[in-house]
Design a protein around this ligand. Structure first.
Ligand code: C2E
Ligand code: MG
Ligand code: MG
Ligand code: MG
Length: 278
């Protein structure tokens, strides 16, 4: 009987599942090609202060596949991490973002902007990560003081000491660090105290239901307070409504990112957004 065949066998013949497996295999091969053929681009999502003024952006990678269309990072970043392609991809992101920051430096309208760059654990844990980043900073002429590297708690699963020394080495050259998706990982508060961070990002999962769910509200408030007592800045991500914004503002959050203030934008759209001064 079909039931006795076992889950795996049944799953294997599930056409949706098979399609997902095919797509995955296809994407993995195509990632290689995509990198060589310049199919990746960066979008820039505004980050704003308590007045709604744009203070910077987070660079978010997109894959413009000629056949599959726009592939979201949720699909290809995990694949890139498993296959190791995250290393060349991450380097491309780093170089492109630093080059952009260097261009902004030359223009009084954009010179104040900070740029946040996502770094995956595997990329960060490379032996020569510090050397790579510093070489790119030098080559591009970016201002390291206006660069923030976004790390996630998954980095802390092992080797906290080497993470800390890599962070220190980059901080000595002026780069800053933000802990992304805070509250969704496994890091303990003692790690948080030891890491030389500049900023914590409240995960959008807590922001989403901040007005509906009392525990999400309590968590968001606690993260804001925690950041304050550790001397870190705090930014909320996933801010979609004025109600979200008001709640977070009322509880002391001063920096925001989310659809309310702007979606991830092409460079051109981001720059015209900054020009409008809104
Ligand atoms: P993340 O770093 O936490 O980035 C925030 C994600 O939330 C982005 O998704 C952004 O488009 C989305 N977002 C921003 N505001 C809102 C909002 O108001 N509502 C909702 N529902 N979503 C919002 P995106 O661009 O799809 O990126 C997903 C994840 O992929 C990122 O999460 C990050 O972990 C990873 N990623 C993106 N670019 C890079 C990259 O260059 N390198 C690495 N290693 N990872 C990246
Ligand atoms: Mg991020
Ligand atoms: Mg995040
Ligand atoms: Mg996230």
């Amino acid at each position: 009987r079909a039931k006795d065949a076992g889950r795996n066998t049944l799953r294997f013949f599930d056409p949706d599942m098979q399609q997902a497996v095919n797509r995955r295999a296809l994407l993995e091969t195509e990632l290689h090609n995509g990198l060589r053929r310049a199919q990746f681009l960066l979008l820039y999502q505004p980050q704003v202060d308590s007045q709604g003024r744009v203070t910077g952006a987070e660079a978010l990678v997109r894959w413009q596949h000629p056949v599959q269309g726009m592939v979201p990072p949720s699909e290809f970043i995990p694949l890139a991490e498993e296959s190791g392609l995250i290393l060349p991809l991450g380097q491309w992101v780093m170089e492109t973002a630093l080059r952009q920051q260097a261009r902004w430096q030359q223009d009084p309208l954009f010179a104040h902007l900070s740029l946040a760059i996502n770094v995956s654990a595997r990329q960060f844990l490379q032996d020569d990560f510090v050397a790579q980043v510093l070489a790119l900073v030098r080559q591009t002429g970016a201002n390291p003081a206006q660069i923030k590297l976004e790390l996630t708690e998954s980095l802390l699963l092992d080797n906290v000491d080497s993470v800390i020394s890599t962070m220190r080495a980059l901080k000595a050259h002026g780069l800053g660090f933000s802990l992304d998706d805070f509250g969704t990982g496994y890091s303990s508060l003692s790690y948080l105290k030891r890491l030389p961070l500049d900023q914590i990002k409240i995960d959008q999962g807590f922001v989403r239901d901040v007005l509906l769910d009392a525990s999400d509200a309590a968590i968001a408030r606690s993260i804001i307070a925690l950041a304050g007592s550790l001397g870190l800045s705090v930014i909320a991500e996933g801010v979609e409504t004025t109600a979200h914004h008001q709640f977070l503002l009322a509880h002391g959050c001063q920096a925001f990112q989310g659809y309310l203030f702007g979606r991830p934008l092409t460079l051109e759209d981001f720059e015209s957004r900054v020009r409008q001064g809104e």
